[in-house]
Write a new protein. Structure first.
Length: 569
């Protein structure tokens, strides 16, 4: 065991003495020591209940012959930070969480790891850490919040963001906004639509890092503690089988994860996170994989933000197992190993949909014929960008650029009614380095929805989108403006054309003639963690990680991958 280096032999008596001071006996110390990494915090409902959920998890570990060692790490909650400078810290926190898990586990020679996660960045960070550690490990998601109720309708935090735009446009009054605010979040659990947390919870299940069905159970459901105990048993079985979490992250399981993301019209953040997880696991997995998968996988769930239902509804309908079963039946998944010792296909064998459920359809009768995102290139995105296709059917848009240096200026323009149908809202200098931290643009995109503009404008940014975003939105534009990417050279009024079928984001403006006049902005930070992140972070096209070794930028025109072209034709 890894822990033997810390606890065995005469010379380790001081370490054993300190462990005994925490209440452990000789018998406890002799057992495998299992890290229970908790992302509990009282700042957000997403992680509010994880301290309590750790209790049955640790009970399950003890009952199966292990000794749990619990510690905590940080989180930055997107829903609260959204639209503020605090949002710069969100993506950075993914790296810090992964680093802190790795450091604590290695530093104490622990034998295995279970990570309790909730808000968005804690999920990919957990997987990244497990990939680095290469020892038995799994992830348990705390589960979705239940829907709020307003005027007898189910609502989520998405509705609050959109109500802000509706209030600014005079479509609702201040009291209605307050009523929606008060009703949207009824208790513990992560945001309820197919936003980033629920998207990544499914992705981790398809990667094999979470037991099938465990992540689906809502936060306050009476069955959630049993799922925690189950995870305690599974991690001890992984130790017995010498199963490595890193061994579960393969090209096949990454493709499975990407497939379930696109089939559920999930968050585009999953692209960034799966690229990062692949990189930490040493797997070759490029951004073009997502376009290939999306073009060949329909949307088979009717989930918010573009659909009608929420994560608890999917749980009742049959959960991730039902989605995976439909995809597997159509040949869209391949069998792969999972943390439980069962293969993926074994874990979904015999799953049945709930009677009369309306959330999931077969691949032969989808809600939409192609997946929920695409990868575009062109003279505005030589290294690629991500377009979100959830919530609309448009595949082309052309219009004048409305250029803003930063999210705050764009939000002010939207709230002031300065954006017109047909416009292309361009928000630059919000990339991994330029932001820094690649802020999500939910405040802007929700305000556009609230003002009734989501079907008539497009938005392009080197930043990110929340999983709650829908509309004709393009993010992750690479290279970013702060690195001299083409968005930095775009001017107000330049025509921007988006064509999903042609995989193109382009302008007819003469950008090259403007390059000599462009100067790089000063770094947004010169000390502390922000400055270190700016110096180390990679392009969004490779996952915006600070992992070593640094990856070279993707070559311009990489979107003409011959395999993808052949598959699409």
């Amino acid at each position: 065991m890894h822990s033997d280096r810390m606890k065995q032999g005469m010379h380790r008596a001081p370490a054993r003495a300190m462990l005994k001071a925490t209440g452990l006996s000789d018998e406890d110390i002799a057992r495998p020591l299992v890290a229970v990494v908790n992302t509990w915090s009282e700042v957000t409902p997403c992680n509010l209940h994880l301290r309590e959920l750790a209790v049955p998890l640790k009970d399950g570990i003890r009952a199966a012959g292990g000794t749990p060692i619990e510690f905590n790490t940080i989180l930055v909650t997107d829903g609260i930070a959204m639209g503020t400078d605090g949002m710069q810290a969100s993506l950075m926190s993914r790296e810090t969480i992964a680093d802190s898990i790795e450091l604590a586990v290695r530093g104490h020679c622990l034998d295995a790891v279970v990570v309790l996660v909730g808000c968005d960045k804690t999920l990919p960070a957990a997987a990244m850490a497990l990939a680095r550690l290469d020892r038995p490990g799994l992830v348990l998601y705390g589960g979705s919040i239940m829907p709020g109720r307003h005027h007898e309708l189910a609502i989520t935090i998405q509705d609050v963001f959109e109500a802000v735009g509706a209030c600014a446009a005079g479509r609702i009054d201040d009291q209605e906004l307050t009523d929606i605010e008060n009703a949207a979040c009824p208790g513990a659990g992560a945001c309820g639509g197919q936003f980033t947390a629920n998207t990544m919870a499914q992705a981790l299940t398809l990667l094999g890092l979470s037991p099938m069905g465990a992540n689906d159970v809502p936060a306050i459901h009476p069955g959630k503690p049993e799922q925690a105990r189950r995870c305690g048993r599974v991690i001890m079985d992984m130790i017995a089988r010498k199963a490595s979490a890193r061994g579960l992250i393969t090209t096949d399981s990454l493709r499975n994860a990407a497939t379930v993301v696109t089939a559920t019209a999930g968050s585009t953040n999953a692209i960034l996170h799966l690229l990062a997880i692949a990189r930490e696991a040493g797997q070759t997995f490029e951004i073009d994989e997502f376009d290939h998968i999306a073009r060949n996988t329909p949307v088979i769930t009717d989930l918010k933000p573009g659909g009608r239902y929420m994560a608890p509804d999917l749980f009742t309908a049959g959960g991730t197992a039902l989605v995976a079963s439909e995809l597997a039946a159509a040949g869209k998944l391949v069998d792969a190993a999972t943390c439980t010792g069962q293969s993926l296909f074994e874990s979904i064998d015999g799953v049945q949909p709930a009677p009369n459920q309306q959330v999931v359809r077969p691949v032969s009768d989808p809600f939409k014929p192609r997946g929920g995102f695409g990868i575009l290139y062109g003279n505005l995105a030589p290294e690629g960008c991500v377009i979100k296709l959830a919530g609309h059917g448009r595949l082309q848009h052309s219009g004048p650029a409305r250029v803003f240096d930063g999210e705050d200026a764009a939000f002010a323009a939207v709230q002031a009614g300065q954006i017109q149908p047909g416009d292309v809202v361009v928000i630059r200098y919000e990339g991994p380095r330029g932001g820094p931290g690649m802020r999500e643009m939910l405040a802007v995109t929700a305000a556009l929805v609230g003002q009734g503009l989501s079907d008539s404008v497009a938005l392009v940014t080197d930043g990110r989108f929340s999983g709650a975003t829908y509309g004709f939105m393009i993010g992750h534009v690479s290279p970013e403006a702060a690195d001299g990417g083409p968005l930095a050279l775009l001017a107000e009024g330049d025509r921007v054309t988006i064509d999903v079928d042609q995989r193109s984001l382009a302008t007819d403006a003469d950008l090259d003639s403007r390059r000599a006049a462009w100067t790089a902005p000063p770094p947004a930070a010169t000390q502390g963690v922000y400055a270190r992140y700016i110096a180390q972070v990679s392009s969004a096209s490779t996952g915006a990680t600070t992992a070593f070794p640094f990856a070279a930028p993707a070559p311009a025109g990489a979107g003409t991958d011959s395999r993808n072209t052949a598959a699409e034709s």
